[in-house]
Write a protein that binds this ligand. Structure first.
Ligand SMILES: [Zn+2]
Length: 407
């Protein structure tokens, strides 16, 4: 005999339809709420209750809502509805971010870079585009069942909003919370704009990694007992970004590591003892004779001369120096890297050199390489180093290099 399992279950009986049919049902529910003016009615009924104010971080008005917006708005809607039911008055003022490069980029794409639009006309088009997208997203949010004071939404382009921003900023400045300083940021020479960390994508790039000799000019009297003089004594740095060499002001060692002075034919080179095989392999040197060993701390504040600019490069120490690659003597350009910038702060006498302009061209600070694009400078600097004898070795490698996600 076949059992009818349905009879063994104690199911509730309900008038709900078997199928939810949400695409139709939700529209009906929304229409009912609109009819009842649900939000305004709710606010009226909460009059006099303690306020619960949630500030809405605004979505950006440049396209349709995506699933991330939906999650964000639904969670906020849960909070608003539950707080109102839990004894508070919890208004919901929706906002939109209507400023910024993505909107401008869309308008440049639409009208062309040289459309002949005046700046104010271009701004008007941007505003129009932003407002269209606000209207579109507002409809999509409402369709999610999210409630709020839609008639009083805030847009960052509204004059009263901008005026308040200035007021708040002024207040912060008066209280001494605002200061001006420097730090390196990623920069796209194509878009000519700074890039946030989130706007960087890493991809494989081929490059020439180079081992460069920096001639010692002040050894604190510690090397000449072994070398006789400083005519041919060098620290060897390693880098994958040749174009940043004009920004070099220092060579960074790890204070704890052991560094060895090696004799190579008629010259002396200093590298981290543990990385000798790296250098031997790259430079195709069979033998390097160890002469003396020092800690990084002992070598600190020796001075070298920049391989092609009239500038000193100071030997400094920092914890970020590792033995993963290179020579343990790190090319340090505070204008080009956050770690370099941070470590150079410990040596206030070091200048902050940024020899590249906003279009990605070398400036006069780069000497004879002024005017070259960074990619062109890579080749030209390599040639110069070869000619001057400062290039110990070069290796063609694939490395991870930051790229602008926009272009
Ligand atoms: Zn870009």
């Amino acid at each position: 005999m076949q059992a009818d399992y349905k009879d063994t279950l104690n199911l509730p009986s309900t008038d709900f339809p078997m199928r939810a049919n949400l695409p139709l049902k939700e529209v009906e529910i929304k229409a009912k709420w609109d009819n009842e003016e649900l939000y305004h009615g709710m606010m009226k009924s909460r009059e006099g209750k303690p306020l619960f104010v949630m500030h809405d971080g605004p979505p950006y008005a440049n396209g349709d809502m995506h699933i991330g917006h939906a999650l964000n708005k639904l969670l906020k809607d849960f909070i608003i509805k539950s707080r109102n039911m839990g004894g508070y008055k919890a208004p919901y003022i929706h906002g939109w971010d209507t400023h910024g490069l993505p909107i401008e980029n869309q308008m440049i794409k639409k009208h062309g870079q040289s459309s002949g639009l005046s700046i104010s006309e271009f701004r008007n088009r941007c505003e129009q585009f932003a407002r269209e997208n606000v209207a579109k997203q507002m409809g999509q949010q409402q369709r999610l069942g999210v409630i709020g004071d839609w008639e009083n939404s805030y847009l960052t382009l509204l004059p009263r909003f901008e005026a308040n921003q200035i007021r708040v900023f002024g207040e912060m400045a008066r209280k001494g919370y605002i200061y001006k300083g420097l730090k390196p940021v990623y920069w796209c020479p194509h878009d000519e704009t700074a890039l946030a960390e989130a706007e960087i994508e890493y991809a494989d790039d081929e490059c020439d990694s180079i081992f460069v000799k920096f001639k010692v000019i002040d050894d604190k009297g510690m090397l000449t007992p072994y070398t006789g003089n400083l005519d041919n004594v060098y620290f060897v740095i390693w880098t994958t970004t040749t174009w940043t060499l004009p920004g070099n002001v220092a060579i960074c060692l790890n204070a704890e590591f052991s560094y060895t002075l090696y004799k190579n034919d008629n010259e002396y080179i200093i590298i981290a003892t543990e990385l000798i095989n790296n250098v031997k392999k790259a430079a195709e040197i069979e033998k390097l004779a160890p002469i003396a060993a020092f800690t990084g701390a002992e070598l600190e504040r020796m001075k070298t001369t920049h391989p092609f600019l009239d500038r000193e490069s100071l030997v400094i120490v920092g914890d970020h120096v590792t033995l993963e690659s290179g020579t343990g003597c790190v090319h340090t350009a505070p204008g080009h890297g956050v770690e370099d910038f941070a470590v150079c702060k410990n040596y206030p006498e070091l200048p902050n050199v940024v020899p590249v302009d906003e279009k990605g061209r070398m400036t006069s600070l780069a000497g004879k390489f002024a005017g070259l694009k960074t990619t062109e400078a890579n080749k030209a600097i390599l040639e110069t180093l070869k000619e001057s004898g400062n290039l110990l070795a070069t290796e063609h490698i694939n490395h991870q290099y930051p790229h602008c996600w926009r272009c």
